[in-house]
Design a protein around this ligand. Structure first.
Ligand SMILES: Nc1ncnc2c1ncn2[C@@H]1O[C@H](COP(=O)(O)OP(=O)(O)O)[C@@H](O)[C@H]1O
Ligand SMILES: [Mg+2]
Length: 252
């Protein structure tokens, strides 16, 4: 194994006078499931914005498989294998689950804009991989439903399906279980667990039971700074983490 699959070196970001991320060092090994936890407003979403390229960093470097992507725009980072879930229903109105996944498979093939402009649903080659993805995320029986008519939790599963269909190796997941019913949350938890070792995942999640069950390692972000990184049992036993964040929660 060479260097980390994803690495942040001294990353910093301020909005106006507000310093949102400071001196963030983070390294994810290939196939690692790394959870990022911390109170509301700690800067977790901002950090994902910086990694995905949605926002530029003020300082520091971001490396993907050793390659410096700090100045690469969002779409270039996506081409290099990074995926972040996004709101599908506003992007592809009227598309069924199958069409949405087929489009994502097609986009992941990186065949250029002209290929993308073709009707994905006429391309029979896309059916098989799309069926596999829908089975993987537990939406095979919803294939012909329009994406906007899915329940909220199912839409989040579809977002995961799109990220997987794109063929990305690094997944950035921002509170994927938020607002999910117990059925979809269980399905997503099972899915994320099944991806361990295969995808490199940075998971921001408030569900501490899921975090401590799923994560290989956990980093704790407080006021834009990482105050601890370690295996779940190390984070549980960390006094500073207890005082700053976990102490007030029923998470054991
Ligand atoms: N685009 C922005 N412009 C100005 N301030 C922002 C912006 N995005 C986030 N912030 C501020 O940065 C801080 C961290 O926010 P955020 O990254 O969303 O935290 P978290 O995801 O941990 O709850 C908050 O104080 C928030 O108000
Ligand atoms: Mg957030």
């Amino acid at each position: 194994m060479t260097g980390p699959a994803l690495e942040l070196q001294q990353v910093g970001k301020a909005y106006g006078g507000l310093r949102v991320c400071a001196d963030v060092d983070l390294g994810l090994a290939a196939g690692e499931l790394h959870a990022l936890i911390g109170p509301n407003g700690a800067g977790k979403t901002t950090l994902l914005d910086l990694i995905s390229g949605l926002q530029p960093v003020d300082r520091g470097r971001i490396l993907l498989c050793g390659r410096d992507i700090t100045r690469r725009p969002l779409h270039k980072r996506a081409c290099l294998g990074m995926a972040r879930s996004f709101q599908i229903t506003s992007l592809f109105p009227g598309f069924t689950v199958r069409q949405t996944v087929e489009l994502a498979v097609q986009a992941g093939e990186n065949r250029g804009l002209s290929a993308l402009m073709q009707r994905a649903d006429r391309d029979v080659r896309l059916r098989e991989p799309a069926t596999g993805i829908m089975e993987q995320v537990g939406l095979a029986d919803r294939a012909d439903i329009r994406a906007e008519n899915l329940a909220h939790g199912e839409q989040r599963l579809l977002e995961m399906g799109m990220a997987l269909a794109s063929g990305a190796s690094v997944l950035l997941l921002d509170e994927p279980m938020a607002g999910m019913g117990p059925g979809s949350a269980r399905e997503l938890s099972r899915l994320i667990k099944s991806l361990k070792g295969e995808k490199t995942i940075l998971l921001v999640e408030h569900d501490m039971e899921a975090v401590f069950t799923l994560a290989d390692r956990i980093s704790v972000l407080v006021q834009g700074r990482i105050i601890a990184t370690g295996r779940p049992e190390e984070i549980r036993a960390n006094d500073e983490v207890q005082a700053a964040y976990l102490g007030s929660k029923c998470w054991i």
